[in-house]
Design a protein around this ligand. Sequence first.
Ligand SMILES: C[S@@+](CC[C@H](N)C(=O)[O-])C[C@H]1O[C@@H](n2cnc3c(N)ncnc32)[C@H](O)[C@@H]1O
Length: 184
Amino acid sequence: MKKVFFKQYIKNPKLTGSVIPSSSHLSKAFIKNMDLNSGTILEVGAGTGTITEHVYNKMENKSKLISFEIQEEFCNDLRKRFPESTFINKDICDIYDILDLKTIKDIKYILSTVPLLSLGKKKSLEIIETYKKIMLQTGATYLQLTYTPFSPFKYKNFDMTCKRIETVWRNFPPGNILKYKIIK
Ligand SMILES: C[S@@+](CC[C@H](N)C(=O)[O-])C[C@H]1O[C@@H](n2cnc3c(N)ncnc32)[C@H](O)[C@@H]1O
C-alpha cells in the first residue's frame, strides 16, 4: 500500500498531500470519535483505504459508507478490496450532481483527509463550502485530518466551531483530528 501511495504522491503531490498513508493509530483515533451504529459516513479522500478499512470493519449493519476519491488508481483498487462499499471517483465538490438528496440527508459524519493546505486556498474553500452545505442539511459532524494543530481555514467565517479532539504522534507526519460543528 505504501508503494502505491508514494507512486501517486510523485504523480500528484498536491492532491495526495502526504508521502505515506495514515497509520492504524490514526485510523483508530477517528473511529474512537464516531458512532458507527447507524447513518451514512461520507469519507472524503480514501487514498489506499487505511481509514476506510477501519470504518468498514467497525460499522454496524444499519450504517453505510460512501467514499469519494478523486484519483482513479486509488479508487479502482478500493472497489476490488471492499466490493460492498461505494467508491466514487469524483471531486467531492460534485457530490450534489452525483448523489440524490435522500442519500445526502442521511450523512452523519464527514470524515475528511483531503489535504486542505496543499490543495490551495480556492479549492479548499470550495470543499469547505460543500461540507457546510451538507452540514446545514443534515446536522452532520465534520472531522478533518490536519498535520498542523490549528484549523487550516477560518471556521468562524463558515459559522462553525472547531475543536482539536486528537493528536496522534504515531503517524507520519503526526496527525490531528479537528471536529467542526455548525453554530446553531
Ligand atoms: C492525505 S491523502 C489521505 C488518504 C487516506 N485517507 C489516508 O489517510 O491514508 C488525501 C486523499 O484525498 C484525495 N483528494 C484530494 N482532493 C480530493 C477531492 N477534491 N475529492 C476527493 N478526493 C480528494 C487524494 O487523492 C488523496 O487520496
